[in-house]
Design a protein around this ligand. Structure first.
Ligand SMILES: C[S@@+](CC[C@H](N)C(=O)[O-])C[C@H]1O[C@@H](n2cnc3c(N)ncnc32)[C@H](O)[C@@H]1O
Length: 173
């Protein structure tokens, strides 16, 4: 057994398993999208949910909805009166995310916005307790600046590196 297998077995033994809905979303993404690996998956979804619960976030912003996998994981972790605002530039994938938001019964908790995050963020009202930046990697600094310094809505910063090797940046109130 490789070190990676041992690591995955350890994670799964701690209850990190995918339900039927997320498994179906992962499968439909693989069947219909050109880059299905962009979807965060079970382990990262659990990490996001854990972070939301740990900081008792009520209002979350996501940049990069894609098929909606991480959005579902995060929205499920929010309290009943919580809200997830998620921005996606590609309007050709909206049918897939909205189909699964509805199947998950999360349409009242998730506010999907189609548009360029750089243009949408400055138009958003109110503050967010946590931001999941998962859009265009080259734009992370500007997303962060727009979402934090420009709006003065988020601080301090807690950077997290996930197994995919990308740097994801979370911001807590
Ligand atoms: C890695 S995928 C997101 C995966 C999703 N968060 C998940 O974990 O399942 C990145 C997404 O960001 C979107 N994106 C890229 N640039 C963007 C921008 N400027 N504004 C909004 N979305 C953007 C892409 O179209 C793509 O769907």
């Amino acid at each position: 057994m490789s070190t990676e297998d041992i690591r995955f077995e350890y994670i799964e033994n701690f209850g990190c398993v995918e339900d039927d809905l997320l498994r179906a979303l992962e499968r439909e993404t693989a069947l219909t999208q050109i880059h299905p690996k962009m979807l965060s998956g079970c382990y990262q979804g659990h990490l996001l949910a854990m972070l939301i619960k740990m900081c008792k976030a009520k209002r979350v912003l996501e940049i990069g909805t894609y098929a909606g996998y991480s959005a579902i994981c995060m929205a499920r972790a929010l309290p009943a009166d919580g809200q997830l605002v998620t921005i996606e530039i590609n309007d050709e994938i909206e049918w897939l995310s909205s189909k699964y938001f509805e199947k998950a019964g999360l349409q009242d908790k998730i506010v999907p916005i189609v548009g360029d995050a750089s243009e949408v963020i400055p138009t958003l009202d109110g503050r967010f307790d946590l931001i999941f930046i998962d859009g265009d990697k080259t734009e992370y600094i500007s997303y962060f600046e727009e979402a934090t310094y420009a709006s003065k809505r988020l601080f301090p910063l807690c950077p997290v590196q996930l197994p995919s090797g990308y740097y994801y940046t979370f911001s807590f109130k």
